[in-house]
Design a protein around this ligand. Sequence first.
Ligand code: CMP
Length: 137
Amino acid sequence: ATERTFAMLKPDVAKDSATVNGIKAMIDGAGLTIEREERCRLSRRQCETFYAEHAERSFFPDLVRFMSSGPVIKLELSGSDAVKRWRTLLGPTNSAVAREKAPKSVRALFGTDQQRNAAHGSDGVESAKRELSLMFK
Ligand code: CMP
C-alpha cells in the first residue's frame, strides 16, 4: 500500500551536504518520494517528546543531548510500503552491526555507533502518523 513515513537525518550527518545528498540519492533509488523537507534544530524538550517511549532507558539523556546538539533534517517520505522500505534502507540501529549485516544500508555507510546512527525512521504506520504530526506543525 502507498504509505507515508517520517525520516530524520541526525546531527552527526545533517551538517555534511555530501552525506545528506548521498542519503537523498538512496531514498530516490529505493523508489521513495520526498514530500516535505525541513532543516531545523530541535530543543531538548522536543527531543524528549519525540523519544518519549525511551524515557526510562539509560541512554535517554545522552540521546536527547545528541539530538539537540546540532541541526537535523526532517523528511516526509511517501511510496509503496514506505515505512518498511525506509527501515530496510536504514539498516540495524547500531551502525557497527549494520556494517556486518547490511553493508549497503544508510547506517552502515554513514553512521558511527548505536547512538550516532545517521538517521531515524518510524517503526510503523501509527508511529509515522504521530511523528509526522509532531514534527510538521
Ligand atoms: P532511532 O531509530 O532514532 O531510535 C532511538 C534512538 O536511540 C536510536 O535511533 C539511537 O540513536 C538511540 N539508541 C538506541 N539504542 C541505543 C543504545 N543501546 N545506546 C545508545 N543509543 C541508543
